[in-house]
Design a protein around this ligand. Structure first.
Ligand SMILES: Nc1ncnc2c1ncn2[C@@H]1O[C@H](COP(=O)(O)OP(=O)(O)OP(=O)(O)O)[C@@H](O)[C@H]1O
Length: 259
């Protein structure tokens, strides 16, 4: 595989993207400790699509998500959620945008231990003073299969159930986009499959946009497309992935990088 074979993801205002970046670079440190974590990345995440981001450790996957979500500042370039350019916002506006437009799912579920599952799910809306859309909330709760557990606190739930609460919380406010950083990283295969099916259903049946970082070809196969990152650049892409093709591509990729 050569760099010329690599399809460049389409970036343009004509394609409605839930989020996109233009020339996004992120440099940590300076001098001897300088690390180019992202190197002029152009990427677009179209609405209603489930994108998996893969690549070796240190490739810049988490940095890309954090910059796209306004959790980390960029060194140069622009990031957009919908049509809003994040650097144009002040801190208060950025906090509101993160709360209202973005859902997050992290490996550590970040649930509040004193709240019930339902209270955790609706917490972002409660903080924002927004009433949940009950029909949508019911749909999310039923899709995630948590109705019998809504009154339970996180400590009374299994890891898989806690992650489902985290997913439901991310989706409950109908955000423009959900960023999930290894959402199934520490779950058994059955719980992982449940979570991934739920994320996939939320995209296919409810039109959600999801970006998920994963190391797992099985998880990536639930996505509509996989983007491969290496050394802070998007170096490859794959539509309609399946486990075998993703594994093959990862091997080819390792060989090319090792060459
Ligand atoms: N706060 C920071 N200060 C300095 N360097 C950082 C910081 N955060 C990340 N880096 C560096 O930026 C690069 C990209 O890191 P990032 O966490 O985005 O990679 P990743 O692809 O998510 O890796 P992994 O799969 O191991 O989680 C790495 O070389 C990392 O060491």
């Amino acid at each position: 595989m050569t760099i010329q074979d690599i399809p460049t993801p389409r970036v343009g205002l004509d394609a409605p993207a839930a989020a996109r970046s233009v020339g996004l670079s992120k440099i940590y440190g300076a001098g001897d400790t300088r690390v180019v974590a992202l190197d002029a990345v152009d990427v677009a995440f179209p609405r209603g699509e489930f994108t998996a981001i893969m690549g070796p450790s240190g490739a810049g996957k988490s940095t890309l998500m954090h910059c796209m979500a306004g959790l980390d500042s960029v060194t140069s370039g622009q990031t957009y959620i919908g049509t809003t350019e994040l650097s144009s916002l002040n801190d208060r506006q950025l906090t509101a945008l993160r709360r209202d437009e973005i859902g997050f799912v992290f490996q550590a579920y970040n649930l509040l231990p004193t709240l019930t599952a339902l209270e955790n799910i609706t917490l972002p809306m409660d903080i924002a003073g927004r009433r949940p859309d009950q029909e949508w909330l019911d749909r999310v709760i039923d899709t995630v299969g948590l109705r019998p557990r809504l009154a339970h606190r996180p400590s009374e739930l299994s890891g898989g159930q806690q992650q489902r609460v985290a997913c439901a919380r991310a989706l409950a406010g109908r955000p423009e986009i959900v960023f999930a950083d290894e959402p199934t990283g520490n779950l058994d295969s059955r719980s992982s499959a449940d979570i991934l099916s739920f994320l996939q259903t939320s995209v296919r049946a409810m039109g959600q946009t999801i970006v998920m970082v994963t190391h797992d070809p099985v998880a990536a196969a639930y996505a509509d497309r996989v983007l491969f990152l290496a050394d802070g650049r998007i170096v490859d892409g794959m539509s309609a992935p399946n486990r075998e093709r993703v594994l093959e591509r990862m091997k080819a990729f390792d060989a090319a990088l090792g060459a």
